[in-house]
Design a protein around this ligand. Structure first.
Ligand code: SIN
Length: 487
């Protein structure tokens, strides 16, 4: 990657400041952000604390009166202007995203387009917010049910999708008439800051979006204790989500939680083999396995097992691991060395308990944030990979005989985010689709990500839905207006 000669990402888009109201602020205490592919420092962000977080909440509160009063078509027009600007700068944003997150540039560009699609979708939804009336008790009465913005929103976003998780929260909040304090991951803050700047340049007024950067705990404490912040939308681990839920109790905040998954990917004997292998690669190895909806357990029926494993093994061996700026690379580094160590620990645990390694992609880099994509067979429910998200490029195959056993195994455990299965039997497709206890199910598809469809989980995978028709409801309160004396 020497050919890049230091042009890995556009310096002009690296904003080393937090955004409070109309001010881009600097602080003497800063946090370094590194490129996981090289370990090089990309830049530094202010380490915001109590004072900056309170100031950001105040700015969001002050901006709320004007923003909620704007007509819905005006808010929609501003969102559309933001959408156009994001797409116009998509190449530069993608480079920034690859630099701080590590995913291959083509995947980063896909993510920017995916991120933009939430802005376009919710611009449309802004114009469809409406109430209804219900029958009253007498002719002089009317009962109207109105929908109003929740108020000031806190959004805490993860490092695995530094653009899409930001717009999936901000776009519906803005469309609904809410104002926001965003806390992006301190590992990948620059994409979020660049998106916020593009929003301001698109005409979204100062104060409507505020971005506080730095160490999570002090910022989170202020956000969660604030009475002014009426809702939290969080994407991240189940353990942090559980803690935030406890913290929300003090002020009875509304919550949207998109938490961990442990997705089963079931391949039945009657599956289309090539499609199942392509779906497994897409689901398991997207973003080097660092998605909440990644296949974590490949459940494969005995009759197709060996052919599936052979084909999948060839595809895994052909994955090209390296720096995401190299166009030939399919699998970038993981976010940091600990993430890569967890993948190796899951593999070691499975191998020690009887699994077999059947394929592995070559790993040239010695930087410790890289992990080799691997395919294991002979996985069992005693292994860590059966119960914990690996969040990395390790595919573990569990063999099964009966449909009922596969469904029971798939439904075991506390997670309920995404599940996938492959079959050509239509009756089975209905049956298994009904039986899986998950918020999203891919049927002969390795993808469940689309702005127009509700995204979210059941059980301990979270609360609420993002995207789809439901996404905007998370940012709206219901008010019943009871009128009398109308005759
Ligand atoms: C996630 O991993 O949390 C999001 C994945 C997606 O939206 O596709």
């Amino acid at each position: 990657m020497n050919s890049l000669n230091g042009k890995r990402h556009p310096r002009t888009l690296v904003i080393e400041r937090a955004l409070i109201g109309r001010d881009w602020i600097e602080l003497p205490i800063r946090v370094a952000v590194t490129d996981p592919a090289t370990g090089a420092v990309i830049g530094e962000i202010p380490d915001c604390g109590t004072a900056e977080t309170r100031a950001a909440i105040d700015a969001a509160d002050k901006a709320a009166t004007d923003w909620r009063a704007r007509a819905a078509p005006e808010r929609a027009a501003l969102l559309r202007a933001w959408h156009v600007r994001v797409l116009k700068h998509s190449e530069a944003l993608a480079r920034l995203l690859t630099a701080e997150q590590g995913k291959p540039l083509a995947e980063a560009l896909d993510e920017i387009r995916y991120a933009a699609s939430f802005i376009a979708w919710f611009a449309g939804e802004a114009e469809r917010i409406g109430g209804y009336d219900v029958p009253a008790l007498s002719p002089d009465r009317r009962v109207l049910v109105a929908r109003q913005p929740v108020g000031v929103i806190a959004a805490i976003t993860p490092w695995n999708f530094p653009a899409a998780m930001v717009t999936r929260k901000l776009a519906p909040a803005l469309a609904a008439g809410c104002t926001i304090v965003l806390k992006p991951s301190e590992l990948t803050p620059f994409t979020a800051l660049a998106l916020a700047r593009l929003a301001l340049e698109s005409g979204i007024p100062p104060g409507v979006i505020n971005v506080v950067t730095g160490t999570p705990a002090p910022i989170g404490e202020v956000l969660m204790a604030s009475d002014c912040v009426r809702k939290l939308s969080f994407t991240g681990s189940t353990s942090v989500g559980r803690q935030l839920m406890r913290d929300a109790a003090g002020t009875i905040k509304r919550l949207s939680l998109e938490l961990g998954g442990n997705a089963p990917f079931i391949v039945f004997d009657d599956a289309h083999l090539e499609a199942a292998v392509a779906g497994a690669i897409a689901s398991k190895f997207r973003n080097a396995g660092q998605t909440c909806v990644c296949a974590n357990r490949l459940l494969v029926q005995s009759g197709i097992h060996d052919r599936f494993v052979t084909m999948l093994g060839e595809a895994v061996s052909a994955l090209n691991v390296g720096d995401g700026f190299d166009p030939a690379v399919t699998t970038g580094p993981l976010i940091h060395a600990e993430a890569a160590a967890k993948v190796r620990a899951h593999a070691d645990d499975a191998l020690a308990k009887g699994a077999q390694l059947v394929a592995q992609a070559p790993l040239a880099s010695r930087i410790d944030s890289y992990a080799a994509p691997m395919l294991l067979i002979g996985a069992t429910s005693h292994m860590r990979v059966a119960h914990e998200e690996t969040f990395g490029p390790l595919a573990a195959v569990f063999r099964f005989d009966d449909e009922a056993d596969a469904v029971a195994l798939a439904n075991s455990g506390a997670a309920g985010l995404a599940a996938y299965f492959y079959t050509s039997d239509i009756a089975r497709a209905w049956r298994v689709g009904d039986a899986l206890e998950y918020g999203m199910v891919g049927i002969n598809s390795g993808s469940v990500s689309l702005a127009a469809a509700p995204f979210g989980g059941v059980k301990q995978s979270g609360l609420g839905r993002e995207g789809g028709r439901e996404g905007i409801d998370e940012y709206l309160e219901i008010k019943a207006l009871h009128w009398a004396g109308l005759r």
